[in-house]
Design a protein around this ligand. Structure first.
Ligand SMILES: Cc1cc2nc3c(=O)[nH]c(=O)nc-3n(C[C@H](O)[C@H](O)[C@H](O)COP(=O)(O)O)c2cc1C
Length: 182
């Protein structure tokens, strides 16, 4: 079933560029689990390095498309790994692009959920803290409540999708709460 006018449409952003990324697999699992009631579009953070010189009246096409995708989504779900106890550089870069134009960024007031995942049992929770900080700086509408941290993610993915029942139930409950605060 395709999304209808009444189907909430969310944008999922993986914090990893890796082809076989577990964060992407988490999003793919959520996408399958939430359909058809909620449509989760999976986007990309593959953008050039932020440079304020390039962030003028005519934004780069890739940046324009990224900002547009955020603007059109009713809510955003970020699923990210942790790199060296922190947020992966490509995700910080994408959020910096998404934070502008100053005062008019599409993320301002946007309901946003952050999920972290890692093959380690710590589940990327330190990255999650940093992502929350950056989203607060931007003015996104962060979903509070229990943090969705998926540890040992390598054991919970099959055929490119999160399949672990407990993780899916925990994460989809948060997505449903996100839809309610739209
Ligand atoms: C540069 C780098 C730093 C990493 N640092 C951490 C870390 O601090 N904590 C952690 O749990 N995993 C760390 N890892 C392992 C990642 O969690 C693992 O590679 C994971 O699969 C990356 O996410 P992805 O599968 O979505 O690409 C690191 C991996 C890389 C490449």
């Amino acid at each position: 079933m395709t999304a209808t006018a009444k189907t909430p449409t969310l944008l999922g952003l993986p914090g990893s560029l890796r082809r076989e990324s577990y964060a992407k697999a988490v999003l793919a699992g959520l996408q399958a689990e939430l359909a058809p009631a909620i449509h989760l579009e999976i986007g990309s953070i593959d953008l050039p390095l932020y440079n304020q010189d390039l962030d003028g009246h005519a934004p780069l096409p890739a940046v324009d498309a990224f900002r547009q995708a955020i603007a059109e989504a009713e809510a955003v779900v970020i699923v990210s790994p942790e790199y060296n106890y922190g947020m992966p550089g490509p995700l910080k870069n994408a959020l910096d692009w998404a934070s502008r134009p100053y005062g008019k960024a599409a993320l301002i007031g946007k309901p946003t959920l952050v999920i972290s995942s890692s093959p380690a049992f710590t589940g990327g929770v330190r990255a999650q803290e940093q992502i929350h900080g950056t989203l607060l700086a931007i003015g996104a509408k962060l979903l509070g409540g229990p943090q969705i941290v998926i540890g040992a993610v390598a054991d919970k993915v099959a055929d490119g999708k999160l399949v672990d029942r407990a993780s899916l139930d925990f994460a989809t409950a948060a997505v449903r709460r996100l839809v309610e605060i739209r």
